[in-house]
Ligand binder design. Structure first.
Ligand SMILES: *Cc1c(COP(=O)(O)O)cnc(C)c1O
Length: 384
């Protein structure tokens, strides 16, 4: 049976080059980067080189990169860190209805702490309208956070335009770029960004490592207090091996961005076209303004979960919405925000392609999927 992984939006395998780069930092070059001896300076040097690689990839300065444990931590750090450092200026934050759960749940937590959060709607393709941002900013707004691309439906937002509005109004702008990093360009200067979140395990690096870009001069409260690592913003002994792996993954991802995007866009479009040949299906998200590797398809009358389980039996790994929402039976908050009905939102499957996928994989999916859908619809109480 084949083993076809089409869930790269959930996580990716560690690239062999990345693994090779990390290896020495576990047992040979194991030093604590704060130590004064040669073991320490070796680790500190590795951190410095890694920081430089990542800063250059997004056109930032080295001292604007804060290493974290991943996207969730970076996003929490932005929301809580900006909120608490600026609470004398204002208590209003703007984000969107389609953000990742870590943004939404950190925002909810802030609401319990006395902050006010506006969740902007999106259009039927999942895009935020810059005009809505403009209209919603008030005198006491301190932060706007809009994701660069959505993790479930792949829709890309007009982040540069939104960020420009925020800069003109003197409000900090953050983008969560976890899903889009190294797939589409991210340039913190050209994009007018104040803060940006990136992580490693979505780009063929190890899990448990990420970074926050924070423009020079912006004050935030740290989440972790301790020995003063990362210029006092994120205490704990640095995950040197993870950071080295992250930097290697960024280096490879930047080199491959264009060619991977071109190849995956072709595969994606073939997959979308094939899926839409099945009756009563639709594409979730924008048809062109979407990540090169994302195909999210809605299937009427059946549940996405059943499709996933049947695909798994055939050796194909895909998902419904995000990996996180699969723990609950609630329909995807993203699809609901597009204006879909409960039963529509329940019938969606996300295929996220990656480096291992070939045209033969797409052909195989398109061969087995119609029969799975037909079988499930025959059994479905929802009729057809
Ligand atoms: C995966 C993801 C996150 C969470 O990142 P972790 O490193 O797994 O904590 C946040 N936002 C988006 C858009 C993501 O895709």
């Amino acid at each position: 049976m084949p083993k076809i992984y089409m869930d790269h939006g959930a996580t990716t395998p560690v690239d062999t080059e990345v693994l090779k780069a990390m290896q020495p930092y576990f047992s040979k070059k194991f030093g604590n980067a704060s130590s004064l001896h040669q073991f320490g300076t070796e680790a500190a040097e590795a951190l410095k080189v890694s920081r430089k690689t990542i800063a250059q990839a997004i056109n930032a300065e080295e001292d604007e990169i804060i290493f974290t444990s991943g996207g969730t931590e970076s996003n929490n750090m932005v929301l809580k860190g900006i909120a608490f450092a600026n609470k004398d200026k204002g208590k209003h934050i703007i984000t969107t209805k389609v953000e990742h759960d870590c943004i939404l749940n950190a925002s909810k937590w802030l609401q319990n702490q006395g902050f006010e959060v506006t969740y902007l709607p999106v259009d039927k393709f999942g895009q935020v309208n810059p005009e809505d941002v403009k209209k919603t900013i008030r005198g006491d707004t301190i932060l706007v956070s809009v994701m660069q691309a959505n993790n479930e439906i792949g829709t890309i937002n007009p982040v540069r335009e939104i960020a420009k509005i925020c800069r003109e109004k003197g409000v900090y702008f953050h983008t969560d770029a976890c899903q889009s990093f190294t797939k589409i360009p991210l340039d913190v200067k050209a994009d007018n960004l104040d803060l940006a979140t990136i992580n490693s395990h979505k780009i063929y690096g190890p899990k448990g490592v990420g970074a926050l870009y924070k423009k020079r001069g912006i004050k935030i409260e740290p989440l972790l207090h301790g020995g003063g690592h990362e210029r006092g913003l994120r205490s704990t002994t640095e995950n040197v091996a993870g950071i080295v792996g992250f930097a290697k993954a960024v280096e490879i991802g930047m080199k491959r961005m264009e060619s991977d995007a071109k190849r995956l866009t072709e595969l994606r479009d073939k997959l979308i076209k094939g899926c839409l040949q099945i009756e009563n299906t639709w594409l979730n998200g924008h048809s062109t303004n979407r990540l090169p590797n994302n195909a999210n398809i809605g299937f009427a009358f059946i549940e996405g979960e059943s499709i996933i389980l049947n695909l798994d039996i055939k050796g194909i790994a895909a998902s419904t919405g995000s990996a996180c929402s699969s723990h609950t039976l609630e329909p995807s908050h993203v699809l609901m925000a597009l204006g879909q009905k409960h039963e529509e939102a329940h019938g969606s499957v996300r295929f996220t392609l990656g480096r291992s996928n070939t045209e033969a994989h797409v052909d195989y999916v398109l061969k087995v999927l119609p029969r799975i859908v037909e079988k499930l619809r025959d059994m479905s109480p929802m009729g057809k």
